[in-house]
Ligand binder design. Structure first.
Ligand SMILES: Nc1nc2c(ncn2[C@@H]2O[C@H](COP(=O)(O)OP(=O)(O)OP(=O)(O)O)[C@@H](O)[C@H]2O)c(=O)[nH]1
Ligand SMILES: [Mg+2]
Length: 305
């Protein structure tokens, strides 16, 4: 009889906004669990996606980008990111190859030094498809001089380069122990939250300037129907009366297009029919309401907004 030692643990993905953390999580899990846009500050809370490699169960923890927070929401997001890092067995710091050691990345490295010092941190240089190979060695040397990373990977989360090596290494680096989730589970996030995130992604892609940063989406009601479909009701909260009209669009065309895209993606994710109903509400103080933060999976930070 052969005995296999199982391994399991949490791997936190941290980095500046837009570094490609959510893209990497989705690639590792093999499904779209966390939303992705070309805009900064897309992810707002910790999102767990689960991958299995051999006898190891790797629980990836996507986190919001780390930046200098201004608003209350920003502070909660950055706190969630650092919370994810300190609870993890392993941390991956993502750096964008074409941007290199930015001030923001340097600030994260300084804060990593102040962390417990026990959690191993590996360096992941992402988006290598955007630079010439010659530039990577110098960047890796510069970053490794700034922090004692336990390992360095050069990847393209989008194209997949280097991702198998990274996954193999993680599988062997996690602590021995029983798996933490059933083997068919790929995410640890309630379906109603995944559904709200999908809608927020479509809104963020469609709307400009500050509007995506001043709205939130909540799933209000979820009804299972006898024919196997689901009826999902969501509210889009906007912070300014003027934003409502923009989110609706002329004759409601914007919200309609967003709803169609979100419904299609939700149906694909769930593998069944969905009837999605979106309602837009002005709630000027939502960015200062503890309940909105709880709905997003964030801790509400006291003090001025
Ligand atoms: N060229 C290239 N683009 C990438 C790669 N990985 C991610 N991107 C793009 O980078 C952008 C940001 O990706 P995300 O995965 O949302 O980044 P993030 O770090 O989760 O961002 P926040 O949630 O805002 O902190 C998207 O447009 C991705 O398609 C890569 O390997 N190569
Ligand atoms: Mg993200």
């Amino acid at each position: 009889m052969t005995e296999t030692t199982t391994r399991a643990g949490f791997v936190a993905l941290i980095g500046e906004p837009n570094a490609g953390k959510s893209t990497l999580l989705n690639r590792m899990v093999g499904a779209k669990v966390s939303i992705v846009t070309h805009k900064v500050q897309t992810t707002r809370a910790r999102i767990r996606g689960i991958a299995i490699e051999g006898a190891s169960q790797i629980v990836f923890v996507d986190t919001p980008g780390i930046f200098r927070p201004r608003r209350r929401l920003d502070r909660s997001m950055v706190a969630a990111a650092w919370g994810g890092a300190s609870d993890a067995d392993l941390v991956l710091l993502l750096i964008e190859a074409h941007r290199g050691l930015t001030d923001g990345a340097a600030a994260i490295i300084e804060q990593l030094k102040a962390l417990d010092g026990k959690t191993p941190v590996a360096l992941v240089i992402n988006k290598i498809d955007r630079v010439k190979a010659e530039a990577l060695l110098a960047l890796s040397a510069q970053l490794n001089a700034a922090y004692p990373f336990v390992n360095t990977f050069m990847i393209s989360a989008e194209k997949g380069h280097g991702c198998d090596d990274l996954r193999d290494w993680l599988a062997g680096a996690l602590p021995e122990g029983p798996w933490l989730y059933p083997e068919d589970q790929i995410a640890d996030l309630p379906m109603r939250m995944i559904a709200a995130e999908i809608t927020r992604e479509k809104l963020t892609l469609r709307l400009h300037e500050e509007i995506p940063y001043q709205l939130t989406v909540e799933t209000e009601a979820w009804e299972e129907r006898k024919d196997g479909s689901a009826r999902v009701d969501q509210i889009v909260y906007v912070a300014r009366p003027g934003h409502k009209g923009i989110v609706l669009g002329k004759g409601g065309e914007t919200i309609k297009a967003v709803g169609q895209l979100a419904r299609a993606e939700l149906e694909e994710f769930m593998g069944r029919r969905v009837h999605l109903f979106l309602q837009v509400k002005v709630r000027e103080n939502w960015l200062d309401e503890a309940e909105r933060f709880t709905e997003m999976g964030l801790d509400f930070k006291d003090g001025d907004g």
